[in-house]
Design a protein around this ligand. Sequence first.
Ligand code: KIV
Length: 300
Amino acid sequence: MSSTIEPSPPRRVTLRTLEQMARRGEPFACLAAYDATLARWLDRAGVHVLLAGDSGAQLALGFERTIDMPLEVAIAFTAALRRGALNAMVIADMPFMSYQACQAEALRNAGRFMTEGLADAVKIEVDASFAPLVARMTRAGIPVCAHIGLRPQNVGLTGGYRAVGRTAEEAMALLADAKALEEAGAVLLLLEAVPDPVAAAIVEQSGVPVIGIGAGPAPHGQILVAHDLLGLSDTPPRFAEPAAQIGPAIRDAAAAWTRQVSARTLPTDAYTMPATELERFQHLRRTNPPRIAWPNQEQA
Ligand code: KIV
């Protein structure tokens, strides 16, 4: 009998798991992705949380801005992650104008992410003024991740992608946002593009797990866009060092395939037919010439 101990199968990650990890000081890993195949591989790697990010508007749909993410597509991306990942917690990123216009609409849309999108939680880009919405969602049983700091859905207003909390006043305002949203019921906070000391202060004051992106090492969890991590993005942000070069690997494999196709050097024996059938087929073709053929170029 072998004495090797089988590793226990990974368990489904829940909010409780993240809270326990945060309490124990064990960092957790999150990635934004948009499809079931990538989700399956990221899940196999042990990534704890998958976010169906609105960055998919740019990286999966080719738009220039995240605000162009259609609601229906965001729901479909979220459900795709859930179907692909056995264990990771799946968070839906609510797109621009799916929660800002009015609370009733926001609630209904968040509900769709939970039911049709099979999400474990929804993320919204907010400040303290959204605390009443977070409270209503929480009362309805929807776990909310409050995304503060740089809010890409607001860049039209703020004039671009810039770090937030670089002045003492801005830093204090961020701390107040974090507190108000947590008090309203947010179960997770996500800090984007915040100076390290400000992120550390938010982590220190928070009673919920804090996820960071471009917010230094203090947050309990870190998130990146999988395309940036895997070397698929042309312009990854400065804090996202690619850990692989999948983009160039895809290009090289596709170029090799294109050369094979051009040179007609494809494998030809994938499917065979019994010799007797081949003989009969050849006989049938000789005796029944096809009536319709492609016109040759002169006729066309
Ligand atoms: O849309 C996104 O990918 C995000 C980030 C926080 C990763 O919101």
